[in-house]
Design a protein around this ligand. Structure first.
Ligand code: SF4
Length: 351
């Protein structure tokens, strides 16, 4: 399937606003459970700039999807703040939030569960246009047909129901719906992981084309390192509810500083077979600890190949590395201010 050229949606005046599209400040989400408190997200601070793609990566259970849900108020943060286009939406009522919802959208992992099976594709894509008073009737239908072309679907799909489409086509419909009101921020939560491997690349290419042509900011949540390397400008790595490293994509892949990031990337295949053969995979011992009882000190110390005594008691905060790229941050006692980092693949080597 080919992707039609992307026609930008009608836009208003250019924004003078230079604030990030998304600012999360010490975002926390705890859940009460029968065995105690699940600390799913614990103090996440992260921004997504205008037109920037930020990848949020981590193992299943790291809290990355909960961050995405809190960012669009599909889940209520326990504490911390969420700002979109500079507006604090953390405690806005549903009613006050409604007009702002056109500025941000979340695309779910499984398009089958997020598209209403009783509606046609046309109705699904036109719904946000109608709800926000942007277009109705014939104007909405024309806009939907244009959106379908933009996501690589023929306009005749407009009268079909979701069950008549493949998984990849359904995710294209989800993207068309999310982009119908020209949002400033798209949160894509594992948008390709429920799809056949054969169509994952085409949906990812589509997302990249749309993002480049429309310029929306994107929080791209994934465990797929190849996908995040392809799409993201910057990457934040999560471990057990906290961000442990943030860096521009190329720098993170070239020289991961945090031992957890080093382990994560060591498992990712690289295209160069020579480099692939020479790579040493860092196998972490043990399972991800329970968010019901995160380890004290550095949360990664129970699995860290280079942990030292202070790691068991002292919490390493996420701090900027002044001598490296401006956007680079890491939370590890052994990473120095000039960016020298331990080598988790050679635990006995000097740091
Ligand atoms: Fe490992 Fe200690 Fe660094 Fe945590 S602070 S990542 S346990 S070396």
């Amino acid at each position: 399937m080919t992707t039609a050229p992307v026609v930008p949606a009608p836009a208003g005046e250019p924004r003078a606003d230079t604030s990030p599209v998304l600012e999360l400040t010490t975002l926390t989400r705890h859940f009460a459970a029968s065995k105690g408190t699940v600390r799913a997200v614990d103090g996440v601070t992260l921004t997504v700039g205008r037109g920037e793609v930020v990848g949020l990566v981590g193992e299943s259970g790291s809290g990355k999807s909960t961050v995405g849900r809190c960012a669009v108020r599909l889940d209520e943060p326990t504490s911390g703040t969420v700002r979109i286009n500079g507006t604090d939406i953390t405690h806005l009522s549903r009613r006050a939030l409604r007009p702002l919802r056109k500025d941000f959208h979340l695309v779910f992992q499984d398009p089958s569960s997020s598209l209403d099976p009783r509606m046609t594709v046309g109705q699904i894509i036109a719904e946000p246009l109608r709800l926000h008073g942007i277009a109705r009737g014939r104007a909405a239908r024309e806009r939907v047909a244009a959106l379908l072309r933009q996501v690589g679907l023929r306009p005749e799909y407009i009268d079909r129901n979701p069950h008549e489409l493949s998984g990849g086509q359904r995710q294209r419909v989800s993207l068309a719906r999310a982009l119908s009101v020209d949002p400033d921020l798209l949160i894509a939560d594992e948008p390709t992981s429920a799809l056949d491997v054969s169509v994952q690349a085409s949906v990812l290419n589509l997302l990249a084309d749309l993002q480049r042509d429309r310029g929306f900011g994107c929080l791209f949540i994934t465990h797929d390192l190849a996908a995040v390397e392809f799409l993201a400008d910057r990457i934040a790595v999560m471990y057990l509810g906290q961000i442990v490293e943030v860096a521009p994509t190329a720098e993170l892949f070239a020289a991961p500083k945090h031992p957890y990031t080093q382990a994560l990337l060591s498992a990712a295949p690289v295209p160069d077979p020579v480099e692939q053969r020479s790579r040493r995979r860092i196998v972490l011992s043990g399972e991800l600890p329970s968010p019901l009882a995160p380890p004290p000190g550095c949360r990664f110390h129970t699995r860290c190949p280079v942990a030292v005594d202070r790691c068991r008691t002292e919490v390493p905060g996420l701090r900027a590395l002044p001598a490296t790229a401006k956007a680079r941050q890491v939370s590890c006692h052994l990473v120095t201010a000039d960016g020298a980092a331990p080598n988790a693949a050679a635990p006995n080597a000097a740091a």
